[in-house]
Design a protein around this ligand. Structure first.
Ligand SMILES: [Zn+2]
Length: 315
């Protein structure tokens, strides 16, 4: 159940997940306007809250009446943890950026977005359906950069912020008589750093995105994981800069591994993303492989490494 909430002005409420939204949980945002309402990124806690409400009120005999009812569910992107509460929310529609639509519309689409090896699909499909309640939504709508939802007193605007996924967005919520709130999704400002380990991720786009969101004006910034709410623009800028520094930290970790010639497989075995002993068993290797490939491309372009097509080395 969602234990904690925080109101950010007259129309915005943060629904915190367990441990400030530590993965696999997350922090969802409810915007209730005078005419309609949206829920952004329904988490595992939203799912638990809705199921709890069902059992407490014994509504099963009267048809499903989940606890949360909104006009729209909006997603920063369709990763498993961001849609975990979707099936438990009563909503007229769910929408995601066009570039990520296929991953929400089918389970295979989600697997292609991750880009994990085919032999790992069955285990990953089990994980997302059993643990995260993933249900494909062929009825999902697509939106583009700049899409707006006018809710009466509050307006939600999508800002395309790719890198984590190709369609990742942040949402800016403006409200009459209240602060501007940025919902940052998986620009989560954690010490772990940016995640660009999927097939559809991009290191370059993520870097460009961080420079872009750094310049957006907002009073509060809600991250899906870990930080929860970052108050004020200065604190946000400092957090973004610390987060962006992880790109270079990983590049340097890669260069350190290349003090002698190594193949991609050897680099993946050591890794630059997860600390020793923390690599997730199912998708961790794939994340390392995608991420290291991206850093290798960058290092080659920057003239920091050489290659014979099989091995790489620092120059
Ligand atoms: Zn994500």
């Amino acid at each position: 159940m969602t234990a904690a909430t925080r109101s950010l002005g007259p129309f915005v409420t943060v629904l915190f997940g367990a441990e400030r939204g530590k993965y696999p949980d997350g922090n969802s945002v409810l915007v209730r306007g005078r005419e309609s309402s949206v829920l952004i990124d329904p988490s595992l806690s939203v799912h638990a809250m809705s199921v709890h409400a069902l059992s407490v009120h014994g509504l099963s005999g009267h048809g499903m009446q989940p606890h949360v009812h909104v006009e729209h569910v909006l997603l920063t992107h369709p990763h498993e943890d961001h849609v975990a509460g979707l099936s438990a929310v009563r909503a007229d529609g769910v929408a995601v950026h066009r570039a990520d639509l296929a991953a929400l519309q089918s389970l295979d689409g989600l697997m292609l977005l991750y880009g994990i090896p085919r032999d790992e699909w069955p285990a990953m499909q089990r994980l997302v359906t059993e643990r995260f309640h993933f249900e494909a939504r062929p009825d999902a709508h697509a939106f583009d950069d700049g899409a707006e939802w006018r809710l009466g007193g509050a307006t939600v605007r999508a800002v395309h912020a790719p890198g984590h996924t190709a369609g990742h967005c942040v949402f800016l919520v403006e409200q009459d008589g209240g602060p501007t709130v940025m919902v940052t999704g998986d620009i989560d400002l954690t010490g772990f750093g940016p995640y660009y380990g999927d097939a559809a991720s991009s290191l370059d786009d993520f870097e460009t995105t961080l420079a872009k969101v750094r310049g957006l004006a907002a009073d509060h910034h809600v991250t899906f994981h870990h930080k929860g709410v970052v108050d004020g623009h200065d604190a946000f800028v400092a957090a973004v800069d610390a987060y962006a520094a992880v790109f270079r930290r990983r590049s340097l970790a890669l260069l350190a591994l290349l003090d002698r010639p190594r193949t991609l497989d050897e680099l993946v075995a050591d890794g630059i993303v997860y600390r020793a002993g923390t690599r997730p068993p199912l998708f961790g290797e794939s994340v390392e492989r995608h991420s290291i490939r991206r850093h290798l491309e960058r290092a080659l372009a920057d003239g920091e490494i050489g290659t014979d097509g099989r091995q790489y080395w620092a120059v």
